[in-house]
Design a protein. Structure first.
Length: 260
């Protein structure tokens, strides 16, 4: 039996993943962004799941989530499932622009740095990561004209790069990224063409399997098969530049954040 944290568990892929892992006898820690949303986890808490609460759009609340998780004990695996999609039809204020970056990239980075180091880390990405901007100019969209779709692509390039950088820097951890496909969740929409059931199975498998191929850290997976990875995400120089910027934004450096 493994102890596994899943962020963004109140609905969609995170909820499906939590259900599947509980069905298989694992101890699951689920996450909701608010106490109101935590009510949607009652079916899982009734089966023994523990709950942590905090809005991953806030770095302060993300730090609180890390503290709550550590009070529960060391996780065997963490599935960084929570994510938001950029909204090109909405015209948010400048303060809203960092939300996509914060939830999709900064929160998993900060949780990676602050939570007691697990044996396995799984980060959710998208095939759209291949369209991410690898210039690393203006990550927080403070000067660029807002483009929600591009912000999403960027954030997924960054979190994919994070997964591969962690695999390189932390050889004692198995770190992967997973593209669940375009699935009909609330974020994906009803017109999504991929299989919702298949969408969560790869991350639950990676969190628990002893398959030798899955033990080879630093891959990107889709439907339990390795898939294509943007060249930038594999570039060591780009990885280090990105981690330096994320450290500056969050005031947390992975090499300094390990807890034993």
């Amino acid at each position: 039996m493994s102890r596994i944290l899943i962020t963004g568990s109140a609905q969609g892929l995170g909820h499906h993943a939590a259900t599947a892992l509980i069905d298989d006898g694992h101890q699951v820690v689920v996450h909701a962004r608010s106490t109101h949303r935590a009510a949607d986890l009652s079916d899982l808490t009734a089966r023994g799941a523990a709950v942590v609460v905090g809005d991953l759009a806030s770095l302060e609340q993300t730090r609180s989530v890390a503290d709550q998780v550590d009070r529960l004990g060391r996780m065997d695996a963490v599935i960084h499932n929570a994510g938001v999609y950029g909204d090109t039809d909405r015209h948010p204020s400048p303060e809203d622009h960092p939300r996509v970056l914060t939830v999709n990239t900064l929160a998993p980075y900060l949780l990676t740095g602050l939570i007691q180091r697990p044996a396995r880390l799984i980060y959710l990405t998208s095939d759209m990561h291949a369209s991410g901007d690898d210039s690393l100019d203006d990550l927080t969209w403070s000067s660029r004209r807002w483009n929600g779709t591009q912000a999403y692509c960027d954030s997924k390039l960054f979190v994919t790069t994070l997964a591969l950088a962690v695999a390189r820097r932390w050889p004692d951890v198995i770190s992967h990224a997973v593209d669940p496909g375009w699935v009909p969740t609330r974020m994906g929409g009803p017109g999504a063409s991929d299989d919702l059931e298949q969408g969560h199975l790869t991350q639950t498998w990676l969190a628990t399997t002893d398959d030798p191929e899955a033990q080879r850290s630093g891959q990107v997976w889709k439907h339990r098969r390795p898939t294509e990875v943007a060249a930038a995400a594999q570039d060591v120089t780009f990885q280090d530049r990105l981690l330096d910027q994320l450290a500056d934004i969050t005031s947390c450096r992975l090499t300094e954040a390990r807890r034993s």
